[in-house]
Design a protein around this ligand. Structure first.
Ligand SMILES: Cc1ncc(C[n+]2csc(CCOP(=O)(O)OP(=O)(O)O)c2C)c(N)n1
Length: 517
């Protein structure tokens, strides 16, 4: 066997069984090794930004990493924006980046580059395989890093390490360190803050936003009066009927400041102190009051559910108390006819989504109200753009659908952002993934138009219009989808939209709705 075979064995032994890929010549031995492993599902993305976002969506839903296969520095570089998003989501991922054979680097052949320097800013861990016999160790280290930090591990695999012979031997499952635990002092500080009489909030993210962890947080809130808040962007939230509701820190600075103004003590559960997405003249960067006390209780590598349970126990909260979950009520209402608007679509999706749907939100301005309007929807998962680098939505849905083939994935997709990784539609078709993509076709970069107005420019001149409108020519999403094998329809009224959406929910496989708003 060769190094590439060993690499596959280490991945498979650790239950890493999906590889999102876009290979090149330097990875051919790895491709050949994957070909000898039918247990590994290899999913081709036609651009590396599709590959990395799909691996992100997969891990958020499967709760285990996928591997990616990327072609040297340029292939990795194409995937970096979505690696950035995955890093912000703290998604476990193992990137295998091929490189030239070690002895070929001296020639500075055209595809040679400093892969480590490209990888480092968007990875939590970077390693290089030192030779065929080092593949097993290095892959296990990458897996361990992805699982325990948790986060992005990027492993560089020189071609001669992949093709070199290794002694055949059994591969053992890699031991992952047990999650870290918050120190007793931090626990004590959190308890003291909650008992201080001041207004206290728990700021949650990561694993703390799954249903079981939210139930514990909900019981703490009921028993002590603390508020529950989620970070502005999160990898995944389990929500809807039967789940403990949580509000997110709003995106607009003024709204966020108002929402956080009355908090005296902020207890971080895997989260970061809320800050504005961007700096604006005269507005604060930190969104909490200057005198708000911050208690960093649990950190990303901790078992956040367990940390909430420790906190509940220390506070004497009864573990069998009913959690304050959203109750079944009358169905949500939505408009049945008239002009199609972003809100009409949002309301229809919130009302009609099936149980266990996975909502992939990259709707940008069109989706601003979705989160609040879907609090009482059927139980669902909500996954979103985490790092602000647009172009994640279409492939994030791919990953979620590969991880959860029995669940409907609904992509809420802004048109400008959708164009960054539009070729992900081809992978949706090729893998016959059960995804409805709703394109909010406002034919503009609406958020940036708003930002221009925020800086006082109300009359856009020629150049600004050329940079902030995408209406000329109008994008024909139905043709683009059809051209990549995805059935599609265009909606110009609410009636059109409801017909197409109901039809898409009733069938399996990918479908795209261009909603002209
Ligand atoms: C990788 C990347 N490039 C550029 C931007 C800057 N940017 C932010 S929003 C946006 C346009 C968004 O337009 P669209 O997706 O259509 O959503 P809308 O604002 O119309 O709701 C751009 C270009 C970004 N955030 N990330």
């Amino acid at each position: 066997m060769n190094g590439a075979d060993r690499l596959c064995d280490v991945l498979l032994t650790n239950d890493v069984e999906v590889c999102f890929a876009n290979p090149g010549t330097s990875e051919m031995h790895f491709v050949a090794a994957l070909d000898r492993k039918p247990q590994m599902r290899c999913v081709l993305g036609l651009f590396e930004g599709v590959v990395t976002a799909a691996a992100d969506g997969y891990a958020r839903m499967a709760e285990k990493p996928a591997a990616t296969l990327l072609h040297l520095g340029p292939g990795l570089a194409n995937g970096l924006a979505n690696l950035h998003n995955a890093k912000r989501a703290r998604t476990p991922m193992i990137n295998i980046v091929g490189d030239h054979a070690s002895y070929h680097l001296q020639h500075d052949a055209p595809l040679t580059s400093d892969i480590e320097s490209l990888a480092r800013p968007m990875s939590h861990w970077v390693g290089r395989v030192e030779g065929p016999e080092d593949v097993g160790r290095a892959t296990a280290e990458a897996y361990k890093a992805a699982m325990s930090l948790p986060g992005i591990a990027t492993l560089i695999l020189p071609a001669d390490a992949a093709w070199g012979e290794v002694a055949s031997s059994a591969v053992e499952q890699t031991k992952v360190p047990t999650p870290t635990t918050a120190p007793e002092e931090a626990l004590g500080a959190a308890v003291a803050a909650i008992r201080s009489g001041g207004r206290t909030a728990l700021l949650l993210t990561g694993r703390a936003l799954r249903a079981d962890a939210l139930e514990i947080a909900g019981r703490i809130a009921d028993a002590t009066g603390v508020r529950l808040l989620a970070q502005m962007s999160n990898g995944r939230i389990e929500r809807g009927i039967g789940r403990v509701p949580v509000t997110k820190v709003p995106y607009p600075v003024d709204e966020a400041v108002a929402a956080l103004r009355d908090i005296d003590n902020l207890i971080l559960i895997g989260a970061k102190v809320p800050v504005a997405f961007f700096a604006y003249p005269g507005k604060p960067g930190r969104l909490i009051r200057d005198d708000c006390e911050v208690i960093e209780f649990a950190r990303p590598g901790d078992d956040l559910r367990n940390e909430l349970a420790r906190l509940a126990e220390e506070l004497g909260v009864r573990p069998d108390a009913p959690a304050p979950v959203v109750q079944y009520g009358t169905g949500l209402d939505y408009p049945r006819s008239g002009q199609l608007t972003a809100d009409a679509i949002t309301l229809a999706v919130a009302a009609l989504m099936p149980e266990k749907a996975i909502i992939c939100d990259e709707a940008v301005t069109s989706g601003r109200r979705f989160f609040n309007l879907s609090q009482r929807s059927a139980p669902h998962d909500y996954i979103q753009l985490t790092g602000g680098a647009i172009g994640i939505g279409i492939p994030l849905a791919i990953g979620a659908a590969v991880a959860c083939p029995d669940r409907k994935v609904i992509g809420l997709q802004a048109d400008g952002s959708g164009m960054y990784t539009v070729q992900g539609l081809w992978t949706q078709a090729r893998e016959n993934l059960d995804i409805v993509t709703i394109i909010f076709a406002n034919r503009s970069y609406a958020i940036l138009q708003g930002e221009m107005r925020n800086v006082g420019v109300n009359n856009f001149g020629h150049n600004a219009r050329r940079m902030l409108n995408i209406d000329d020519p109008a994008l024909d999403w139905v043709s683009m989808a059809n051209g990549m094998g995805v059935e599609a329809g265009r909606a110009e009224t609410i009636e059109d939209f409801l017909n197409l959406f109901r039809g898409a929910l009733a069938r399996r496989g990918p479908f795209l709705i261009e909603a002209v708003i």
